[in-house]
Design a protein around this ligand. Sequence first.
Ligand code: CA
Length: 114
Amino acid sequence: MADFEDLLPVIADKLGGEGLIKELCNGFQLLMDKDMGVITLESLRRNSALLGLQDLREDELVCMVREGDLDGDGVLNQMEFCVLMFRLSPDLMDESWYWLEQTLQLQEELGKRP
Ligand SMILES: [Ca+2]
């Protein structure tokens, strides 16, 4: 799984941390099988290029689904996908929490204004 670890910071750099969590959800939408509403190995293979992941090998895709599948049904739902993305990049998780906090604080401050 080591190959994935550098991936999210790259995406985060492109997006800015602020949009990252939203983008994770968007990423799920892009990668999922539209009919099933979950990410399957097939949908991952078909759609990974949309996220710039076209360089991932077949065994890496298989590994990704296997690692992320928490309930053992062989596919990734949205929660499993987000958990997987965060697990793959602990550093990013810290950063995302930072951004999340910043965003929440900002909203709070804006809310206080008359
Ligand atoms: Ca699952």
